[in-house]
Design a protein around this ligand. Sequence first.
Ligand SMILES: Cc1ncc(COP(=O)(O)O)c(C=O)c1O
Length: 175
Amino acid sequence: MKLESLALHHGYESEATTKAAAVPIYQTTSYTFDDTQHGADLFDLKVAGNIYTRITNPTTAVLEERVASMEGGIAGLAVASGMAAITYAVQCICEVGDNIVSTSQVYGGTYNLFAHTLPRQGIETRFASHDDYAALEAHIDSRTRAIFVSLLVTQRVMLLILQNWLKLPNVMVFP
Ligand SMILES: Cc1ncc(COP(=O)(O)O)c(C=O)c1O
């Protein structure tokens, strides 16, 4: 499927009666269980299914699958804000003693998370200007788990950054 078709259709099959293309919005926090054993099996992760909307929701699942397919990813996770997404992404790959390298040109909320909150949790952020490739590279060591670039803030120079980083030794670029 082309990108445009993925954006409109991926992850949702219209149901037979209405053939409606729009994804139904499931405004539910919770789900019913067939019986107590089914509920127990769901919580034990022995069977697949929805347990609680904060964990999975059929509407959100379509968004997650759709974006993952458009980005060429294997799965997606939708959260309710950009800061939640950035926090989850870093917390998922870092533990105490690890560090990330970030361009200095980031959104204020991101800066506060990186410069003030994460250090209190044992994760260091090393900042350098987006156009100072030598400084960015010098920050990278064996405990570096990610290089962070904010596309929205630095989109004009993004291509330049990627081109230059790709030339650096020992650096992997994840889109
Ligand atoms: C570049 C950038 N990153 C992160 C955020 C944070 O997103 P949210 O307000 O959804 O948490 C914003 C919000 O404006 C942003 O512009």
